[in-house]
Design a protein around this ligand. Structure first.
Ligand code: GDP
Length: 174
């Protein structure tokens, strides 16, 4: 049995649902009062990827950052994949994704010099007060080198596992 460790970063503005996402994915729960400690912390999820392969995901959430902030290289070090998240009811959280992705591409590199695989996740698609259209997300995703983008709802448990599976597949293929 082969086991691979993968450090994955979860970045994006505050309040978009990053810690809820990690909590949902790792513990299978959505809990309104759940809040991670401020700072950077990681949670672990073990995936039985195939008969002879396990993947140990280390999910690093930038908690406590309201807006974009340039992260230290130590945070990015060794990361193999990334999730950039925004909230479809907040245009400012969508606009910040460009800065989050640029900071990532400037500081996080694979040993072959390539940028790390990154998915763009549009959270809270259960809400009706949506202000960011699928069309603009699609254009932005293509123009900024994301492997793909997906609409998710942590609240309704929509596309959470699918998004992570897509990212892990990409990491395993590079
Ligand atoms: P973070 O600051 O990015 O880690 O965001 P949190 O995980 O703390 O979530 C911020 C708020 O958004 C909380 O009140 C969550 O309950 C709420 N939230 C997270 N995901 C969803 C979702 O998919 N739909 C809705 N309606 N609310 C969500």
């Amino acid at each position: 049995m082969n086991e691979q460790l993968m450090k994955i970063l979860i970045i994006g503005d505050g309040n978009v649902g990053k810690s809820s996402f990690v909590h949902r994915y790792v513990n299978g729960q959505f809990n309104k009062t759940y809040k991670m400690t401020v700072g950077v912390d990681f949670s672990v999820k073990l995936l039985h990827w195939s008969d002879n392969k396990k993947v140990r995901l280390q999910l690093w959430d930038v908690a406590g950052q309201e807006r974009f902030i340039s992260m230290t290289r130590i945070y990015y070090k060794g990361a193999l994949g990334c999730v950039v998240m925004f909230d479809v009811t907040s245009s400012s959280s969508f606009l910040s994704c460009r800065q989050w992705k640029q900071d990532l591409d400037n500081k996080a590199m694979l040993s072959n010099g390539n940028t790390i695989p990154c998915v763009l996740l549009a959270n809270k698609c259960d809400l009706s007060q949506r202000v960011v259209s699928a069309d603009s997300i699609d254009r932005f995703s293509k123009a900024n080198g994301f492997i793909t983008w997906m609409e998710i709802s942590v609240k309704e448990n929509k596309n959470i596992g699918e998004a992570m599976r897509r990212l892990v597949e990409e990491i395993l293929s590079v």
